[in-house]
Design a protein around this ligand. Structure first.
Ligand SMILES: Cc1cc2nc3c(=O)[nH]c(=O)nc-3n(C[C@H](O)[C@H](O)[C@H](O)COP(=O)(O)OP(=O)(O)OC[C@H]3O[C@@H](n4cnc5c(N)ncnc54)[C@H](O)[C@@H]3O)c2cc1C
Length: 518
């Protein structure tokens, strides 16, 4: 009889969520993580003593509240800090826009740019409320086919929703709502984050929707920090899974899924050890699972072809830094101020964002990159020594394959461009940045095994979501090898620290386990 009911390959947040739910339901589970610690893309490290850096993911908000409750994550240290304003966008003409959470305050800010847009904003917020009412229940359930998806929405509204969210570019979508470029750009950056797309790329309205599904401390469509860093989330998930009885092993790289009598029957580790299990759940992306870990002769050739087509292109780098002080913005010089609380968006116009993408799509790092930066230590002093700060910048466009150079060579030049661009709005940035590190898309692939350095384990454009994710016919966590499941972001509803693929995979496995021989 196998020692375990389920072996989970990879201790990213989704693998830990799967393990937590399975163990809570009484299954015997082992998590096998290749790195010395769990967490995958949701970790916090100390590259400089006393400075806690969110190496990869950096803002919380997408994790489904039900998962927090079911796995009792608060008991294991999960806590969040909601920031307000949510965002700050400085402009070259000395104006700026603060995105307050309170609608009346937000409207007053927008009115500085356009009274018409200020009047439209509450309706825009209402539109998203309606979208969330429809979409939220679909996140914690296996994906429905596109045709059924449309049928689930009421009447003509359904077609309108499909038109605007699935077919439009962010530019076209925002043009339908607002007239001011400043107001549009304050919304548009979320439509391109993590994707090699520009605001004029069709389908980017959906990417915007994906980043609007957040829910934190009872507020929808918001972001915040994980207190103590993103790593606290996965530490809590690991502690919860262990509390419910799961075994979590690190430095345990899986080399192969073992298939016996046509069924997944365990895994073989790099060390030579084999672990028998009645089922195997892979938190690793679809390419690695299907093309490397699964024995090739058990994966139908048409599925291999589809997986090879699944796009996974990184578009970003992380510039993480320790600071001696705070950036002082020319447009709002009082420091510290509310502009330092949340997302600082260095991206002055829709055109500048599209132009930054133009360079990226031809294999070049943007001359004026779009920078989404957060200084968590302003609201969370546990992140840095007293009086010091940590800044994390998510920067686009940084193509996985750089034309004429490599990421290892290019990092110093990329840092110069980031600092030059930042200095246009905060001239003291070079004085306060004391050390920096760059995490390129190649680093993301090397460290975590995310193909192409894509942050979502595969792009989340409309052709790669719901029943298309990762391949048509095998979008419901099961794979063509009975007993082998996908439980990571490569499965519905895709990337981000949502926990949703992990939750959904666990439900499917629990449905199947009683039918799997012991
Ligand atoms: C740079 C960056 C910034 C991001 N920013 C945000 C953000 O701010 N907010 C947000 O919500 N999301 C963000 N994301 C996306 C989010 O972090 C990911 O979508 C999510 O964490 C992926 O979780 P996962 O559990 O599905 O997979 P992963 O985190 O990729 O976990 C997979 C795990 O499997 C392990 N593994 C791989 N191969 C093997 C093997 N053969 N054997 C054993 N173990 C193996 C890996 O080491 C890893 O731990 C970001 C991602 C990146 C990379």
């Amino acid at each position: 009889m196998p020692t375990f009911d389920v072996a989970v390959i990879g201790g990213g947040h989704n693998g830990l969520v799967t393990a937590g739910y399975l163990a809570k339901a009484g299954a015997k589970v082992v998590v096998l993580e290749q790195r010395p610690f769990v967490g995958g893309a949701c970790i916090t490290e100390e590259p400089w003593p006393g400075y806690r850096i969110n190496t990869f993911s950096y803002v919380a908000g997408l994790l489904r509240p039900q998962i927090v409750d079911d796995l009792e994550l608060r008991k294991f240290g999960y806590a969040t800090i909601l920031y307000d304003p949510q965002g700050f966008v400085p402009f070259p003409d000395g104006r700026s826009l603060l995105q307050w959470m309170d609608t009346e305050k937000a409207v007053r800010e927008i009115a500085k740019f356009s009274p018409k847009d200020a009047a439209a904003f509450p309706k825009y917020e209402e539109f998203w409320e309606g979208v969330l009412d429809l979409v939220e229940p679909m996140l914690l359930a296996p994906p429905v086919p596109l045709s059924d998806l449309v049928a689930q929405f009421p009447g003509a509204e359904a077609e309108e929703l499909v038109r605007s969210l699935f077919l439009l570019s962010a530019q076209d979508f925002l043009d339908e709502w607002f007239e001011s470029d400043e107001v549009k750009i304050s919304q548009a950056t979320s439509a391109v984050i993590g994707e090699m797309v520009g605001p004029r790329t069709p389908g980017t309205a959906y990417v915007l929707a994906h980043h609007n599904i957040g829910s934190l401390e009872g507020n929808r469509k918001v972001w915040g920090f994980s207190k103590g860093g993103m790593g606290r989330i996965t530490e809590a998930m690991a502690a919860s899974a262990q509390h419910f009885g799961a075994v979590v092993r690190t430095n345990a790289r899986v080399r192969k899924v073992i298939v016996k009598d046509g069924r997944a029957a365990g895994v073989a580790l790099d060390s030579g050890e084999t672990i028998e299990a009645r089922a195997v759940a892979s938190n690793v992306d679809a390419q690695h699972t299907y093309l490397e870990l699964a024995p090739r002769d058990h994966v139908p050739s048409e599925v291999v072809k589809e997986v090879e087509k699944f796009r996974s292109r990184g578009a970003q780098l992380k510039f993480n830094a320790r600071l001696d002080g705070l950036p002082k913005f020319t447009c709002l010089p009082e420091t510290p101020g509310p502009q330092h609380h949340g997302a600082i968006e260095i991206c002055p116009s829709m055109e500048s964002l599209e132009r930054a993408y133009d360079e990226g799509k031809y294999g070049r790092f943007s001359t004026h990159p779009f920078i989404d930066s957060e200084i968590q230590s302003v609201l969370d002093p546990s992140m840095a020594p007293p009086g010091k700060h940590v800044m994390t910048c998510f920067v686009q466009y940084a193509p996985y394959e750089l034309r004429g150079t490599t990421w290892d060579e290019f990092k110093p030049e990329a840092a110069e461009r980031i600092l030059d661009t930042y200095a246009e709005y905060a001239p003291n940035i070079r004085d306060v940045v004391k050390d920096w590190q760059i995490v390129s898309p190649v680093d993301v692939e090397r460290t975590l095994g995310m193909t192409g350095g894509n942050i979502f384990q595969g792009n989340i454009t409309p052709d790669q979501i719901f029943s298309f994710r990762p391949v048509l016919g095998w979008a419901g966590y099961r794979t063509p090898i009975p007993g082998l499941y996908l439980c990571g972001s490569a499965a519905h509803p895709g990337g981000g620290v949502t926990g949703a693929p992990g939750h959904n995979a666990a439900q499917v496995i629990l449905e199947d386990l009683p039918k799997i021989p012991r």
